[in-house]
Write a protein that binds this ligand. Structure first.
Ligand code: CO
Ligand code: ZN
Length: 328
């Protein structure tokens, strides 16, 4: 699993610029599903038809996009001023290594602020090594998006850190599930969605097009197992988290029950998750058309939206077995 995670996490794919991630996933799944399409939003939709003509349509959604910094202005000294794309945290950004789609590398830096001033995005700039604006504009353009540079590494026996773990860990999980799925009664749509970090925009149109009976988002969640962090009461290594509620959706009770039962059937550990913030593609799926029953299977993750998002491989394994039991 680590090799697959690294392969998917290392690909450039800022929010709204997910096509290289879609290419990588398509190559891995093209022989495993009945059809693969891309829609106008850039969603990669992989369909595996069920054996029962009266079977359900189940949509699983994992987002490909990764939060970033969009170049909004270039200063005469060659520094780039940026705006956030998605939930960038200024406190996590200072002196981080970033990169652009074309391979240009940079360091994002916070300029000095007054003692009583709180650093915000306008205090940040990217140094790409350019001497002036002209040189900078020969390297990047206004509208190019930088992301935290790829850096996927192991921590201890079971843990892995990477900048794009949100949500490439779920992309890797969904790829692995589809590779092992085999025949099912229901038709399964594995959707690798776009623009989740700016409001689940890809999943919204994909769900409308697919018109599923059930929608399940696969995403990271927070953790309550580091100093002074108690919520959500989810721990790394304690199994797949089945979401009850977050700020974007209240999971359908029948979907929660079915997911927990699948976990039990598969013999894996699960934990119930109540997240007092955030949201997933479930919120877009739930409110499409006349409404869809939804749930979310989460991978507990430390330091979400930082350059070192940490997950535990045992939770990924639990989620994989749970999903296979649910779909089969
Ligand atoms: Co996110
Ligand atoms: Zn996410």
């Amino acid at each position: 699993m680590f090799e697959l995670i690294k392969k998917i996490a290392d690909v450039y794919g800022a929010t709204g610029r997910e096509s290289a991630v879609a290419d990588t996933i398509e190559a891995l799944l093209k022989d495993k599903v009945d059809s693969i399409t891309r829609d106008a939003m850039g969603n990669l939709i992989c369909e595996k038809r069920g054996t029962d003509p009266g079977g359900k349509r189940i949509m699983l959604s994992a987002h490909m996009d990764h939060i970033g910094f969009i170049v909004a202005a270039v200063e005469k000294e060659g520094f780039l001023r940026v705006a956030p794309v998605g939930g960038i945290r200024v406190a996590y950004s200072h002196t981080r290594h970033v990169c652009f789609a074309n391979g240009v590398q940079g360091v994002i830096v916070q300029e000095p602020v007054a003692d009583n001033e709180k650093p915000v995005m306008k205090h940040m700039f990217i140094d790409i090594g350019a001497a002036d604006a002209e040189e900078a504009l020969s390297m990047v353009q206004l509208g190019d998006i930088a992301v935290y540079a790829p850096d996927c590494f192991r921590l201890g026996e079971y843990r892995v850190a990477a900048p794009a773990m949100d949500d490439r860990i779920a992309c890797a999980l969904l790829i692995s599930v589809m590779q092992q799925l085999g025949e099912t009664k229901d038709t399964v749509y594995a959707v690798f969605s776009t623009q989740e970090e700016v409001g689940c925009r890809g999943a919204k149109t994909a769900a409308y097009g697919i018109n599923p009976d059930v929608g399940i988002a696969l995403d990271v969640t927070g953790n309550g197992d580091t100093p002074k962090t108690k919520l959500p009461s989810v721990k790394l290594g304690d199994g797949a988290a089945v979401k009850i509620m977050d700020n974007g959706s209240i999971s359908s009770p029948e979907v929660v029950s079915a997911l927990l039962a699948a976990g039990e059937k598969a013999g894996v550990k699960t934990q119930r998750e109540v997240l007092p913030y955030g949201g997933t593609d479930a919120m877009a799926m739930q409110t499409t058309r006349s409404g869809v029953r939804v749930g979310t299977v989460s991978i507990p993750c430390r330091y979400v939206h930082s350059a070192c998002e940490v997950i535990d491989l045992r939770d990924v394994d639990a989620a994989e077995k749970l999903l296979l039991a649910y779909l089969q």
